[in-house]
Design a protein around this ligand. Structure first.
Ligand SMILES: [Zn+2]
Length: 141
């Protein structure tokens, strides 16, 4: 777990070491478009209800430090959730490039969450997600 600090990110951004490469790429794209990424949420210690049905939603990538929620700022304009979803210009281009770099964007989810970006580890590799969760939250296997 580490604090991610970079040129175009603002706000407290706590992530798993394995998620850093993805955010370095995201920062490079933000720098190219002169966008500031305002991080509202990153690693979260949410409780997993014991015995609950395993779904990606209950196994959020926030719980292992592989997700961020953010707003964006471009030319002094704040892009909140609604504006991030609706944009068809530079912000849209930024989001598309972040996706092309390997991250998922919450705006594409069935229930859209436009402020959310993650690497989809809970979909790609639930075993690794679980191992990381257990290690970070002190759960004995
Ligand atoms: Zn999120």
């Amino acid at each position: 777990m580490k604090r991610f600090i970079s040129s175009n990110f603002k706000g407290i951004c706590t992530i798993d070491n394995d998620f850093e490469e993805a955010l370095i790429r995201m920062n490079d794209i933000a720098r190219k478009y002169n966008i500031t990424v305002l991080v509202n949420s990153s690693y979260r210690v949410d409780a997993v209800v014991p015995g609950a049905i395993v779904t990606p939603a209950t196994h959020s990538n926030h719980m292992i430090g592989h997700a961020i929620d953010c707003n964006l700022e471009l030319n002094g304009i704040l892009y909140n959730s609604v504006k991030m979803q609706a944009d068809t210009g530079i912000v849209k281009q930024f989001i598309n490039e972040v996706k092309a770099s390997g991250l998922r964007w919450g705006g594409d989810f069935g229930k859209p969450d436009p402020v959310h970006f993650d690497d989809g580890l809970n979909i790609k590799n639930m075993a690794l997600w679980t191992a990381k969760y257990n290690e970070m939250h002190g759960v004995k296997a």
